[in-house]
Design a protein around this ligand. Structure first.
Ligand SMILES: [Zn+2]
Length: 457
């Protein structure tokens, strides 16, 4: 093991000027927090599992002490000896809602830890409300930063982070600059942050903005990348100084991944959820496999009722968030399907997920129950019809409702061409209900997902 700062640019004047000191204590504390997490994530498996078992018991003990809901679930007032995670029932969204509505936060005065109420964006169904402590927020920032060291990446590179949100600017996007993309590390100099909020951006102007300074880490949902690829080639991303894509919420489709592989641009997706924070990070050596964030969660995949997704048998992802003291998430059904292996093909000695799909966000269901990932590239749709915005929803077995916005009323042959294109992805058995609308009513869906399955929750 070698720790050496010679290749890492240091911030301004990083060392203390006081007698018998080296670095300012607050800088060391931030650094120690990072080391803490890396020790758990990458250390010996038996020690890590022992730590997780102790944290699980701590959390459950807290829940039993402060929550009638959890006492009733366990049928016990005190922590049973040798209780295993698998002994507990699955926590559904509706059960979670009931607990939060009845009991509020389980961390409350005299406990001095600050607590905030949060709500999910509603992109995967009705939003859920929950409470999180300040420790959860701090942890999430630190764990995010620690991942760069686990990957062995250069933190002095810049970052561009994208978020879908309605904006007033006529160019369809706004830009906010920050001097550093992390406030967790004060010893090292991090690259700058460009935070871009967008909604139907003007691509030439967005490209001009992206050319202004080297992008470095390109952090976004797949949507903006798909949108850009309607007008630029993959080489454009190399030209603007992209060094790595970090997709959030979902990774790119296979065709896009290949485009970036062809120009040697690495992709490392993060798998996280608003309720529990980081769940897993994609392996750099074995793409498609995700190392579980063991300092934050225990992940199980329930294979009791396996589901066939495109020929792979997958199960429901259950997440236990080890630091969820305000609102316990224990065996929480996060709404995704995946496969879980005890180790990663790269040799990482820890649990690894693969074939991760959002049940309601990425899969269509056939009449016989089979599921298949559904994705049509934006550029493919625009080749057939001048769509400005669209949304696909599976509303009934073998029925796909498609709403779209365009500048002018589209003629019948264009409708037919669109329906034919969509049927190439769904098969002939699907009824395609196309509807041109003035605006799409996104309601709670702040992420504005292009596809939603309303049958699967
Ligand atoms: Zn790996």
């Amino acid at each position: 093991m070698r720790i050496d700062f010679s290749g890492s640019p240091l911030r301004g004047r990083p060392y203390s000027e006081k007698p018998m000191t080296f670095c300012p204590p607050e800088d060391l504390n931030a650094w120690a927090g990072i080391i803490d997490l890396i020790a758990v994530e990458t250390g010996e498996r038996a020690a890590r599992e022992h730590w997780q078992a102790a944290q699980f018991r701590n959390l459950l003990s807290h829940a039993l002490q402060h929550s009638a809901f959890w006492r009733q679930r366990l049928g016990a007032k005190r922590l049973p000896a040798n209780i295993k995670l698998a002994d507990l029932p699955v926590l559904t969204r509706s059960a979670l809602r009931a607990q939060v509505a009845a009991e509020d936060s389980l961390v409350k005065p005299p406990n001095p830890l600050p607590v905030q109420k949060h709500a999910t964006s509603g992109s995967s169904g009705t939003p859920v409300e929950f409470f999180a402590t300040k420790m959860n927020i701090t942890y999430n920032h630190m764990r995010y930063f620690a991942q760069f060291f686990i990957y062995g990446l250069d933190v002095s590179l810049n970052m561009a982070r994208f978020r879908t949100k309605p904006v007033d600017d006529p160019a369809g996007f706004t830009v906010k600059h920050e001097a550093s993309w992390s406030n967790q590390q004060r010893l090292l100099r991090c690259g700058t942050m460009k935070f871009i909020q967008f909604y139907r951006p003007e691509i030439p102007q967005l490209c001009e903005e992206l050319r202004r300074s080297p992008v470095g880490y390109f952090v976004s949902g797949p949507d903006i990348v798909e949108y850009l690829l309607q007008e630029v080639t993959p080489e454009f991303f190399v030209e603007i100084g992209t060094r790595m894509f970090i997709p959030i919420s979902a990774t790119f489709d296979a065709a896009t991944l290949q485009l970036f592989a062809d120009v040697d641009l690495p992709v490392a997706a993060t798998y996280s959820a608003e309720e529990v924070g980081p769940i897993a990070n994609e392996c750099l050596k074995a793409p498609g496999h995700y190392h579980v964030a063991t300092s934050n969660v225990i992940v199980e995949v329930d294979m009791s009722a396996p589901v066939d997704v495109d020929g792979e048998l997958l199960g429901r992802v259950l997440v236990t968030h080890l630091h969820s003291y305000a609102t316990p998430f224990i065996r929480y059904d996060i709404g995704d399907l995946a496969r879980l292996a005890p180790t990663c093909p790269c040799g990482h000695d820890g649990p690894a997920l693969s074939h991760i799909y959002g049940r309601s966000k990425q899969l269509i269901q056939f009449a016989d129950g089979r599921l298949k990932p559904f994705f049509i590239r934006g550029s493919t749709l625009v080749e057939v019809a001048p769509l400005k915005e669209y949304r696909f929803r599976q509303t009934a077995p073998a029925v796909l409702a498609v709403e779209f916005v365009a500048d002018e009323a589209l003629p019948a042959p264009v409708f037919e061409a669109l329906a034919a294109l969509i049927r190439r992805h769904t098969g002939e058995d699907f009824e395609i209900r196309l509807q041109q609308v003035a605006e799409i009513d996104w309601a709670n869906d702040t992420k504005r997902l292009g596809f939603r399955n309303e049958l699967l929750t």
